[in-house]
Design a protein. Structure first.
Length: 153
């Protein structure tokens, strides 16, 4: 696998090649290639690059999550937000444990809606997590060990 280019120059070069009509490094089937009768719209070029790089599913998921209130309803959307999408698992962060429990109850329906709009198997699981607990391991006066619990018995 090629190393990631954080500046995006590899993608920029691929878009430029596609715009010039140059042959991509990985040859596509003849049925997928467009004729070069005229300029190709930028949106089609970017879609082609995303497809070649294997980013299409990820981009579609993020585009759909941009409409989060429409997916979960405006009330639920006020109390939670999508946190990550990795390995076909969507992680949602709720603002309280009560909202997390409520969202867990609609998780199967959310998986069904996402797969209906993105294609079956795009999301296999919705993981709902509550708020993060405070850490006792920070600050100038923290000490190694069990912290404030070590004097209770």
């Amino acid at each position: 696998m090629a190393e990631h280019d954080p500046q995006g120059m590899d993608v920029a070069r691929q878009v430029a090649r596609a715009a010039r009509g140059a042959t991509p490094r990985r040859q596509r089937p003849a049925a997928d290639r467009r004729s070069t009768d005229g300029p190709t719209p930028v949106g089609e070029l970017l879609a082609s690059v995303a497809d070649d790089q294997g980013w299409t599913r990820e981009l579609n998921v993020h585009q759909l999550l941009g409409r989060w209130p429409a997916l979960v309803g405006p009330v639920n959307a006020e109390h939670c937000e999508p946190e990550s999408y990795t390995d076909r698992v969507l992680t949602i962060r709720a603002e309280s444990s009560t909202w997390a429990a409520s969202l867990r109850s609609i998780a199967p329906q959310l998986v069904a809606v996402l797969n209906e709009q993105l294609g079956q198997g795009t999301v296999t699981r919705v993981l709902v997590v509550g708020p993060e607990a405070p850490s006792w391991k920070k600050g100038r006066r923290s000490v190694p060990g069990r912290g404030p619990r070590d004097t209770y018995g």
